[in-house]
Design a protein around this ligand. Sequence first.
Ligand SMILES: NC(=O)c1ccc[n+]([C@@H]2O[C@H](COP(=O)([O-])OP(=O)(O)OC[C@H]3O[C@@H](n4cnc5c(N)ncnc54)[C@H](OP(=O)(O)O)[C@@H]3O)[C@@H](O)[C@H]2O)c1
Length: 238
Amino acid sequence: MQRVLITGASSGIGQQLALDYAAQGWQVIACGRNETRLAALRDQNSAITPLSFDVTDLATTRAALAPYTAELVILCAGTCEYLNDGVVDAELVARVLSTNFIGPINCLDALLPQLKAGARVALVGSTASLVPLPRAEAYGASKAALAYFARSLAVDLAKREIGISLVLPGFVATPLTDRNDFAMPMIITTEQASTYIRQGLAKGRAEIAFPPVFAALLRMTAILPQALQRWLAKRMVR
Ligand SMILES: NC(=O)c1ccc[n+]([C@@H]2O[C@H](COP(=O)([O-])OP(=O)(O)OC[C@H]3O[C@@H](n4cnc5c(N)ncnc54)[C@H](OP(=O)(O)O)[C@@H]3O)[C@@H](O)[C@H]2O)c1
């Protein structure tokens, strides 16, 4: 039986991935902080083992993950907070960077020594890192940092035959996006997101961006002059 370890499995995209991989016959280590929601997952499928820890705490993360290895690791835990009208709140930025960038790094520090040749690690970034979106300074920067780290790590881990996949979702309906007070174009369900991610990982894709039309529009926007990018981005997320 193959084993997948998923962070952020107590909610949203990660939760759907945990349920879908378990239904496919995988053994799932479902990580998060909310023990009640993780226990509910185990009750739905006994192939799911809950593991509770905070990814921002390196010592706790190392202790929690040290006993584990997996053929597939999906680092999905994340958060989103927006700045208000360009006011830079350093504590907010630190919180977002700590969860979205340092969190996955802490997990990699704890897990990479145990991974064997043929294993794959997916880092969940965001299409938001492709273009400058309003109020997304902290969130976009955290995901841009993660994207660079993933691409660089892919080069270094090739010699160990460990694959790295960067996952770039567009808008997905989850508790995280329920808080958004703006229109979210081409928003998809967690079931659709899980299908895109699982199919991409099964094919060993280095980058899994979805939904495809939304991702293609953002990629095209990203090669335009900066002034035009700013003009378009303001209109894409109003
Ligand atoms: N939804 C979207 O539209 C969208 C778009 C692009 C990228 N993404 C990315 O996809 C990932 C999942 O997002 P989602 O929409 O599914 O969000 P979500 O429903 O809010 O789930 C977030 C998950 O991350 C976990 N988490 C947060 N902080 C943590 C911490 N410090 N330690 C351990 N676990 C922590 C939460 O665990 P607890 O609840 O147990 O604390 C929860 O399981 C995130 O990285 C997000 O940035 C989402």
